[in-house]
Design a protein around this ligand. Sequence first.
Ligand SMILES: Nc1nc2c(ncn2[C@@H]2O[C@H](COP(=O)(O)OP(=O)(O)OP(=O)(O)O)[C@@H](O)[C@H]2O)c(=O)[nH]1
Ligand SMILES: [Mg+2]
Length: 308
Amino acid sequence: LEIERLLEGLRQGESRALARALSLVESRAPEARTLLEKVFRDTIGARDTIVVGLTGPAGVGKSTLADALARKAREHGKNVAILAIDPTSPVTGGALLGDRARMDSGARDPSIFIRSMATRGHVGGLASGTFEALVLLEAAGKDFILLETVGAGQDEVEVAAAVDVTVLVLAPGLGDDIQAAKAGILEVADVLVVNKGDREGAELLFGQMSAIAGARPVRKTVALEAVGIDELLADTLRLGADRSGTASPERYRRLMEVWLGDVLAIMARERIPEDAWESALRELEEKKLTPYQAAEKLLEGKVKKESR
Ligand SMILES: Nc1nc2c(ncn2[C@@H]2O[C@H](COP(=O)(O)OP(=O)(O)OP(=O)(O)O)[C@@H](O)[C@H]2O)c(=O)[nH]1
Ligand SMILES: [Mg+2]
């Protein structure tokens, strides 16, 4: 009954229901799956929601840019959400407090839904639960979603699979971070942004990015002052229209491929009995097995058990 009410609130686009639903996803509550299964068919791949991924090294201005883009998209009549994926501290297990506090603070446009989620050590800059969160945002009627992730410079394929348009944000004065970012995300980015256009070195970086961008748009922005945001929004709307929802079955297939792989790994782990897991770990410690052999053993054990 509780879940029915939540579902109803979600479909009405109520922010409180949406926030509650996302908390269920984040805490990996079983109700999250129930909700997801009820809305799945009518959301992802069936609507014209545009999901824009903002990624790039720490501190380049992704959050500031997301704010500016969100406000501009509101002016265009979009129903906007910002989802920020926080790297979780391996020590505390909590999301980075500063960002979280800022993201969740009330001092902003109440018509823009903002939320941050912890990554729980999941690779690819995405939380385990990001796909689910996007579906729930769509179910609540959001049609322009900004997904902020910290670009680790590798394994960005997953970010790209989750979104319709990938925006790589860079800024002058980052030195080696730019090199790191270049490695992975540069190939999959659809739009390149040089933010902090008011800073020294912006012009140089803009030139460098333009030289390697090929046919892709390169934009210079000053996110703090909303400079260059119109053009960037136009890029995302134009590219997004070709790729989102109903427009692109191939993208849907790619997303499902990544998503299925994720879920399969999680489910396989959950189905391994604790004693089998522990004994595999022991054998790994004793170097009797490699991780590949251990995984094979665990999966075979499971299959035998179930067919008995
Ligand atoms: N000068 C200048 N500063 C900016 C601009 N955009 C953002 N900043 C500042 O840069 C700092 C980092 O901005 P954020 O938006 O938090 O950057 P971020 O990429 O989201 O950072 P993380 O989430 O920690 O990776 C803040 O102090 C911003 O005020 C800009 O266009 N020019
Ligand atoms: Mg940020």
